[in-house]
Write a protein that binds this ligand. Structure first.
Ligand code: XMP
Length: 310
């Protein structure tokens, strides 16, 4: 495919569709929504309003890093602090599907739905890619209809339009478009990070304290394992606890799992055979985090495990 021509074509399609209207999009910092943001901005300039929703579930410094990466490209991003909404929606939930639903509903209905209405935008730019559509059709993914997710009935509420400029591309194509658009390498080659973010890496209840712990463990794993160039590497906080001993005192502490996998398309995965030296270093740093006294390395391939823990 001629990706330069693709970019020009999409810019002109977005301009034509939106006319002199206003569009809005939600940026997560992932490659799909980043490409949509850059394309939309080239097409519409400041008539595209881009929001980054801070859900409290992001990695260390992520809202600011995403904001700054786009500011460097002269693309303004509004960081919306919705941490309290997400923490309230997740309080008391331990079932994985209930947790995922809480994050999705809070994102689309409570927060983004409100922002769309307040913005006066009638066009939504969305980073749906071909794989999302195929997986929805095959019943692997839940329905991907963004208006329905926003609680907007297009029949009742006239005037809302969804534009999905990446709907004919797969991930490798999106990365090519990212390069044409001049997005930095750290965005175009970013390791996959799930929509429900750190909530997929906490077994049991998601609280501010447990998020802080998994966030700190994620920093360690990302720093230590970046050089593996594995498909994904991250930390998970278990619900179980284990007895340990620290400063001569027994303590009933937290257990953190480290996962590092090879994969091509996330449908299958195998654990990376990390050197003992690396594993020991990671372990030592993880058990120095407050209250953690066990660090485990996950050797399970997918299948039967999934990549994430919820
Ligand atoms: P699993 O855990 O199902 O993950 O083996 C497969 C790949 O998908 C990512 N993942 C998600 N990505 N929204 C996303 O955008 C989600 O809800 C979600 N759940 C899992 C996961 O990180 C892995 O790369």
């Amino acid at each position: 495919m001629d990706y330069k021509a693709f970019v020009e074509e999409k810019i002109s399609e977005i301009r034509k569709a939106v006319g002199d209207g206003i569009a809005i999009n939600a940026l997560s910092g992932g490659v799909d929504s980043s490409v949509v943001t850059a394309l939309g901005h080239r097409a519409l300039g400041d008539r595209l309003k881009t929001v980054f929703i801070d859900s409290a579930l992001m990695r260390e410094g992520e809202p600011q890093q995403v904001h700054d990466a786009f500011a460097d490209m002269c693309i303004p991003v509004d960081v919306v602090d919705a941490r309290a909404d997400f923490l309230a929606a997740l309080a008391g939930l331990t079932d994985p599907e209930e947790k995922r639903n809480a994050v999705t509903n809070t994102f689309y209905r409570t927060v983004f739905g409100r922002l769309v209405r307040e913005s006066g935008a009638t066009y939504l730019l969305h980073g749906t890619i071909l794989t999302d559509i195929e997986e929805t059709v095959a019943g692997i993914k839940r329905q991907h209809n963004i208006l329905a997710q926003l609680g907007i009935d297009p029949k009742e509420e006239y005037g809302y339009h969804v534009l999905e400029p990446l709907a004919e591309l797969r991930k490798d194509g999106v990365r090519e478009v990212a390069k044409v658009l001049g997005l930095p390498h750290k965005i175009s080659e970013r390791i996959p990070f799930p929509g429900p973010a750190l909530a997929t890496r906490i077994v049991g209840e998601v609280t501010e304290k447990r998020l802080d712990l998994v966030r700190a463990a994620t920093v360690v794993v990302e720093e230590e394992l970046a050089s593996t160039e594995a498909f994904q590497y991250f930390a998970v906080l278990l619900e179980d606890k284990a007895t340990g001993i620290r400063n001569g005192q027994r303590e009933f502490g937290d257990i953190v799992v480290v996962r590092c996998i090879h994969s091509v398309d996330a449908r299958e995965a195998t654990p990376v055979e990390l050197p003992w030296e690396t594993l020991h270093r990671v372990c030592q740093r993880i058990v120095s985090l407050n209250g953690v006294n066990r660090c485990l390395y996950d050797l399970t391939p997918k299948p039967p495990a999934t990549i994430e823990y919820i």
